[in-house]
Design a protein around this ligand. Structure first.
Ligand code: NAD
Length: 363
């Protein structure tokens, strides 16, 4: 199979795992040619460390390179749109870290531009393609819990200023717990239950200022511009009902990550920010939960799996799973919670979304 020739734009915190996986476990499907950043030294250092064949002085030089077929956009959220747009205009496929971009009209514009250019849009998260959530999906498809009737998803934490070297963007437009962590939870829910028809939401900012405690910016005060506690209800198109909380305002909680409740049983879904397990099931009549062996590959940190799956889809002429349609649907769901809260009304989604097909076990 021919390999898709790719380049990374944005060589920050998350880029290391992509560089590692795309030059090793996924190198049979993707040929990583080089990387670029507005801070050129970052790209040069990474190219040297991972022995990439090309060096680029900056993003523009990469976009002008005819050898690059796919741009992997690992910049911060408020640069996602402009970098994706430039890549699409240069005739490249794009795969972008979450969220797809910040504004809904920007997302629609990107999808339209990509369709006009005949290139694909893919995006994170790809954790839902991993062994844990795929095993849950298989259990649901095989009728192990009957028909899904409800789901819960909880992300309870206290934010990223204690560990991230540059955490300010998490508290600015496009950040907050929903836009940061919601994509993992909502992508998993759409994959397990199906597309969403409407949502309601309530949001608040509990701490208007936060002090960074991680180096090198320890002591810097961040003004919080976006809600940091979001509670939502979800009406799935198939009638199932979801409940979600994403919060950076909670010091401790005992909530599960995700549970799916079916007409004949329940599944405990692993942390959707990971690729592995544990997956547990409890059917009506069972006295306790049973752990289910994982039935798919990729149970370790396999970031880049969505890129490899996109490359495979392009090579074989089929739809890819971590798609622009899916990330756009998730973006609209996240906006929906905030808009519903701001207006005191229920938000009906205009994007249809898709439930990606189950992964082939051998992938
Ligand atoms: N850090 C994590 O653990 C993590 C985990 C999963 C996903 N993500 C996602 O990955 C993305 C990047 O996060 P990060 O933590 O690596 O951020 P980061 O700030 O550490 O790195 C971003 C990099 O992009 C570069 N950059 C910014 N704007 C650019 C532009 N216009 N053109 C070229 N380069 C540009 C910056 O110089 C920086 O090197 C975000 O979308 C985030 O949501 C991060």
């Amino acid at each position: 199979m021919s390999r898709l020739r790719a380049g990374i734009i944005g060589v920050g915190n998350i880029s290391g795992i992509y560089l590692k996986n795309l030059t090793s476990v996924f190198a049979d499907r993707v040929e990583l040619l080089g990387c670029a950043d507005v801070i050129p030294d970052r790209a040069t250092d990474a190219a040297r460390e991972y022995q990439l064949p090309k060096t680029y002085a900056g993003p523009e030089e990469m976009l002008a390179d005819d050898d690059i077929e796919l741009v992997i956009n690992l910049t911060i959220p408020n640069a996602h749109y402009s970098v994706c747009k430039a890549a699409i205009e240069a005739g490249k496929h794009v795969y972008v870290e979450k969220p797809l971009c910040i504004e809904l009209d920007e997302a629609n514009e990107l999808l339209k531009a990509a369709a006009a250019k005949g290139v694909r849009v893919g995006g994170a998260p790809d954790t839902f393609l991993g062994a844990g959530i795929q095993t849950c999906r298989k259990l649901i498809e095989e009728g192990e819990i009957g028909t899904p009737v409800a789901a819960t998803a909880f992300l309870a934490g206290h934010g990223h200023e204690s560990w991230h070297p540059a955490p300010e963007f998490y508290y600015k437009k496009g950040g907050g717990p929903m836009f940061d962590m919601g994509p993992y939870y909502l992508t998993a829910l759409v994959n397990l239950v199906g597309p969403v028809a409407s949502v309601s939401g309530s949001t608040r900012i509990t701490f208007p200022e936060r002090t960074i405690t991680s180096e090198p910016l320890a002591g810097t005060v961040i003004t919080v511009d976006v809600p940091t506690h979001i509670a939502g209800t979800i009406n799935f198109a198939n009638g199932a009902i979801g409940t979600i909380i994403t919060s950076f305002d909670i010091w401790a909680a005992n909530l599960p990550r995700i549970e799916i409740y079916g007409s004949t049983g329940s599944i405990s879904v692993p942390d959707p920010n990971t690729f592995g397990g544990p997956v547990r099931i409890r059917r009506s009549g069972d006295d306790e939960w049973t752990e289910v062996p994982l039935a798919f590959g990729h149970d370790e940190n396999s970031r880049g799996l969505g890129v490899a799956e996109l490359a495979d889809a392009i090579a074989t002429g089929r739809d890819h799973r971590a798609s622009g349609t899916l990330t756009n649907h998730v973006l609209e769901i996240m906006h929906g919670f905030h808009l519903a809260s701001d207006t005191g009304t229920r938000y009906a989604l205009s994007s249809r979304g898709t439930q990606p097909a189950l992964m082939p076990a051998e992938f």
